[in-house]
Design a protein around this ligand. Sequence first.
Ligand code: PNS
Length: 178
Amino acid sequence: MKNSAIYPGSFDPLTNGHLDILQRAAQMFDKVVVTVAVNNKKTALFTGDERVKLIREAIKDKDWSSRVEIEQFTGLLINFARKQNINVLLRGVRQISDFEYEFRMALTNRRLAPEIDTVFLMPDEQLTFISGSIVREVAAWGGDLTSFVPDNVAVALRHKFKDHHENTFGKPAADDQS
Ligand code: PNS
């Protein structure tokens, strides 16, 4: 389909960096399919359904959200893209260190599906250090997530790591307001 793009990733969870890329993409394309990979080898913190729900909640009030669809996929990305009849893949590149992996992945996808190309977008420079793994680590140790993820994702992360905090630091006392 012309003027549509797929924005694939683990989104475990959605970060402000992803949101920035998604906004840029939604202003560039008529339709952007956010494609949540649920088959990669990494053990995910959130289930596929949870990740989709978090993305849906995070964008629901954006004036570009009607141009965004959110799907889960397993298997090869190019097969998903072909099924959707979309031949543009979008990836965010934060810094040069991302590029080697992204370049290999883009060329592998193009070897497998010559009609499909990858377009790289850069997020706002203030967001270039944010990654899913950094966010998960900050969350695991109870750090302030405000500038890393949308509010609904911060709430979900706090909930996810509640048991971790309680097992590590003990349950808060009844009068502990912290
Ligand atoms: O957010 P991530 O983890 O960097 O996203 C990577 C992702 C999911 C886009 C990539 O691993 C992927 O496309 N996986 C599906 C399998 C596939 O098609 N691989 C591409 C050939 S290397």
